[in-house]
Design a protein around this ligand. Sequence first.
Ligand code: 4NP
Length: 155
Amino acid sequence: MNTGNRKKILFVCLGNICRSPMAEEILRVKAREQGKDVEVDSAGLIDFHEGELPDSRMRRHAQMHGYRLTHHSRPIDIADFSYFDVVIGMDRNNISRLLRLAPDAESRSKIVLATQYLRHHEAETVPDPYYGGESDFELVITLLEDVAEGILEDI
Ligand code: 4NP
C-alpha cells in the first residue's frame, strides 16, 4: 500500500452520534474489503454529545448489518479543514454550517454533500433519524452504503 496517497475523509453531521459515525464505519469496512487505503473519521457540529458512543438505536441497526460502532462523539475542530482531504456533510444544514466554519477558500472547496456520491439511490440528503423510527435508521444505512461505494469508486 502506498500510504502517501492515503485519502483522509471526515464525515460530519449534527450530533456525531447517528449518521456520521455510521458513515465512518461503513466506509472503513468497505475500503478494507476493497484493499483501498483511506483514513476515516467523523465529527459533529454541536458538542452536546461529546465523548458519547453512538446512539443505542444506531448501534443496534448497525449491528443488524454486521457493523460495530465504537466512535466517541467529538465536535469538529478548525484544524480538521486542513488535515482532511474531503469533508462530507449529511444534509443542507450541515453544509451551510460547515461553509461558515471553514477558515478559507481551500477548506470550503473540500466540503461535499454526501448524497452527491449516491450511485443507486436518489435522495437529496441523508435525513436526521434522531427523532425518527426504525425505518429512518435503516434508511441511513441504505444510503450510506451507497455513498461509501460511490466514494470508493472515485478514489
Ligand atoms: P446525528 O443525529 O446528527 O445524525 O448524530 C442527531 C443527534 C443528536 C441530535 C440531533 C441529531 N441532538 O439534537 O442532540
